[in-house]
Structures are given as C-alpha cells and as structure tokens.
Design a protein around this ligand. Structure first.
Ligand code: ATP
Length: 330
C-alpha cells in the first residue's frame, strides 16, 4: 500500500511540549513549530489545522501547567511512534524460537475463550498482539505466564514444555507480565514497588540494586521520585513504574498488557520508545495492544479475533496497517 505520509520529513529525537491549550508541539532547528495532528503525524504549524478534525482534541493538558494528572484521556488515538523511516525487518528471522503456542485452548470456568491459538515468537523479537476487546489477548498472556490453566494444546518456552507451569515457576524462568491497568501498589513508594518486582531473586546479593539502576536508566523520572508514593504518580509515570517493576525480575520475555491504555499520545510514544530500547538491549517482548501504532516497534504483528489467531504479519506487511485495522474495525 502506498503510504500517504511517505513524503514527510523524518524527524528523530525531537523534544515535545504541551501548550496551555493542550496541543503537543516541537520546534525544529530552524525555529519552525510543528504540531501533532489527529492522525499522529506532526505538521508545520500553518498546516496543523488541516490535520485536525472538528472533534475535541484527544490531547490532555500539561500536568505541570495545570497541576492535574494530565496523562489520562478517555480516547486513545493511534499514535505513530515517529515519522521516521521504518526499520528494515527481515522476513522470517532465523533466531531460535523462544515461545511457541500450539493449538492452545483455555477459558474461565466452563466458558471457552481460546479456541486453538497458535503463535511463534523468536528470541530478540518484539511481538505485538492486537485484537478487539474480548478477542482473548489477555487470556492468551495469562496462559503463557501460568496464571490460567491451559485446557488443551502446548506452550513451549526456551525449549521447555511450560504448559502446566504456574506463575512462580514462570517468573523464576524469565516470563514476566506487566498487567493491564498498571496495578502498582499505590500506598508504597516507587522504590518499594520496584523492590517487590525483584522478589523472585531476593536471595541474590546486590541484585535488586543493580536492577533498580537499570530501571532508572530507562525511566530517569522514577529515579527522581524513588520515595514518592506510587498512587500519587501520574498515569504515565505509573505505567513506567509497572514496566519497571516487571523489569526488576530480569525477564527473558516481557509481556506488557495494554501499556497505552488511557495515556495521552505523547506518553504512549515514550512508552513504546522505551519498550523498543528494552528490546534492543536483548529482552524479547510481547506487547498486547489495541493501538496499531505499536506496530512501529514490532518485528511481528499477531492479530486475534474471537479466541483465534487470524493473522501473523512480518516484514513489509507489518507496515500495511490496513490489514490490521480491517480486523480492529470489526
Ligand atoms: P481487552 O482488550 O478488553 O482486555 P482481550 O482481548 O484481552 O480484551 P480477554 O480479557 O482475554 O480479552 O477476554 C476474552 C473473553 O474472556 C471476554 O469475553 C471476557 O469477557 C472473558 N473473560 C475475561 N476474564 C474473565 C474472567 N475472569 N471470568 C470470565 N470471563 C472472563
């Protein structure tokens, strides 16, 4: 598919700001102001109006300007991570398989939800699992991390059959999930929340401290707020803390469930970029998303519908978001 935005200039590492009207913008080296349009691309300010529709701005006001928690929006528009060239992705990487689901069936009580889910994630990949509400994405993740019993089929991780493993064994072996809705402990400090993430390795001396420093490398803001109660962080900071807490267990496979949920586009952008960095530093990632913008950081896109995997997109097909949006539009 021809990308209507392919002529846009590539801008990397721009510093984004939010003005009093809640408009996100950056200023380039020539002093030109670019504003983020509703389609997730930035436009020079005289063109910005053309990118807007008549609806309310999806962007929330700046927290520091208003003193309110600014990260939460009621609507999650698709965010392109950046207007950069897509990274070349090889069709069919030859890295060893890290996770394999073969015809997995599962559900709640007697209610079947997964009707035979099969998928493969290779070492070093970022996989993005997309699908409508209720498609079975979280149920799939719960099966992988041992929190929900697999009725039938097999799950293999790092060469071992983990189908019957519980969460404790899964975490100890490197499968760590950052749950939907963040679920940080609001009455504990940032530091304590992180320490809890290192519980599985609590007997290893210096482990928690080393991991904490690594987490602060990705999320400097958590380092600045180490003694602050988690419940007083903004929505975006809580999401960062939730990812940081999962990182404390040193995952081989990091599962991040709906990180973009309820966050302003600029914060979603940050979270996706950090997930990209975590992956580039060697952690295999499975992101569960409804935001197709996550495909910008994906090596493989998996699309679920009604408890089945209906598409696996790699290489150039990943950039053709029409394939995915057709499913997500229902
Ligand atoms: P969402 O994006 O809304 O989280 P999802 O694709 O992650 O959607 P799941 O959370 O896996 O979907 O839910 C799949 C189906 O399982 C839904 O029909 C849901 O109602 C049902 N379900 C989820 N959790 C439970 C539960 N604890 N008990 C019973 N049914 C459940």
């Amino acid at each position: 598919m021809a990308d209507e935005h392919e002529d846009l200039e590539v801008v990397e590492d721009a510093d984004w700001y939010v003005d009093d009207d809640g408009t996100e913008y950056f200023i380039d080296d020539d002093g030109t102001r670019f504003e983020l349009g509703d389609d997730g691309y930035a436009y020079a300010v005289e063109d910005a109006a053309a990118a807007e529709d008549d609806g309310p701005s999806p962007f929330s006001p700046d927290a520091e300007a208003t003193g309110r928690d600014a990260d939460v929006t009621t609507e999650i528009p698709t965010v392109r991570v950046s207007a950069r060239e897509p990274e070349p992705v090889t069709e069919g990487s030859d890295a060893p398989v890290l996770l394999e689901l073969d015809n997995v069936k599962s559900g709640y009580g007697s209610l079947p939800v997964l009707h035979g889910v099969s998928a493969t994630i290779r070492q070093g990949e970022t996989a993005v699992l997309l699908g409508l509400n209720g498609a079975g994405k979280t149920t799939t993740a719960l099966n992988i991390c041992g929190a929900l019993r697999t009725w039938d089929g097999t799950i293999t991780f790092d060469g071992q059959d983990i189908t019957k493993w519980g969460t404790k064994k899964a975490v100890a072996n490197g499968i760590v999930m950052c749950p939907e809705g963040r679920r940080v402990f609001p009455d504990l400090s940032v530091g304590k929340n992180l320490q809890i993430g290192a519980w599985s390795q609590r007997k290893e001396r210096d482990y928690a401290e080393e991991q904490r420093e690594r987490v602060f490398g990705y999320f400097p803001r958590l380092g600045e707020r180490v003694n602050q109660l988690a419940g007083t962080l903004s929505g975006g900071e809580q999401q960062m803390l939730a990812v940081g807490r999962a990182l404390m267990a040193k995952p081989k496979l990091l599962i991040v469930d709906e990180a973009s949920m309820g966050l302003a586009p600029v914060i979603v952008h940050d979270v996706f970029e950090i997930v990209r960095q975590i992956n580039q530093d060697g952690t295999t990632v499975l992101m569960i998303e409804q935001n197709v913008g996550a495909l910008d950081v994906a090596d493989v896109g998996l699309v679920m519908e009604q408890g089945r995997m209906v598409k696996e997109l790699r290489g150039e097909r990943l950039r053709d978001t029409d394939e995915v949006t057709s499913v997500l539009m229902g």
